[in-house]
Design a protein around this ligand. Structure first.
Ligand SMILES: [Zn+2]
Length: 173
């Protein structure tokens, strides 16, 4: 990923002590507000740069998020089946989406995943174009942290292309 050789100031601690800071409001907030943040930031990045650059910045941020989530939240100690089961449970628990693995070729390291009720896009207007570039990076970061291999993750179906689920292919680079 393009920013891996530049120093990062991000650490899991940057997210703070949410229990301490939100004693009454708690750790959750509506998906509407998450999307408001995501899509206004993307709009500004698109205006500052262009659509392609905004997409690749989202992919890079998703990659960092996936890497940090894998390190801090996932159990990476088991075999591939255990890893996928743990990942599926966590993505559901964190309300990111409902993950399913459709195809897995463990020899060539190529996979097809679907994510239903995806946090970023489920329910969006149909534009004919896939929109989950953040998720592409997110999955690539998770897979790299677990396996040590670099993956290209591409969204091939999305709510915004008229499909009811997001579908991602992941291939080892
Ligand atoms: Zn999508």
């Amino acid at each position: 990923m393009q920013y891996e050789n530049k120093p990062s100031k991000f650490s899991w601690g940057c997210l703070g002590d949410i229990d301490e800071g939100r004693k009454n409001l708690g750790p959750d907030m509506p998906v509407l507000m998450y999307r408001l943040f995501q899509y206004t930031l993307k709009d500004i990045l698109t205006r500052e740069y262009d659509e392609e650059t905004a997409g690749s910045l989202y992919r890079a941020a998703g990659y960092l998020a996936g890497t940090e989530l894998a390190k801090n939240v996932l159990d990476l100690s088991g075999d591939f089946d255990f890893f996928i089961a743990n990942l599926t449970n966590k993505l559901k628990e964190l309300k990111i989406g409902v993950l399913r693995i459709e195809k897995a070729d463990l020899n060539s390291l190529s996979y097809t995943f679907t994510v239903s009720e995806d946090l970023d896009c489920s329910g969006l207007p149909v534009s004919g174009e896939t929109i989950c570039d953040y998720d592409e990076g997110f999955l690539a970061g998770i897979l790299k942290t677990y396996s040590g291999h670099s993956f290209t993750v591409k969204e091939i179906d999305c709510w915004s292309t008229g499909d009811r689920t997001c579908r991602f292919t992941a291939t080892s680079k």
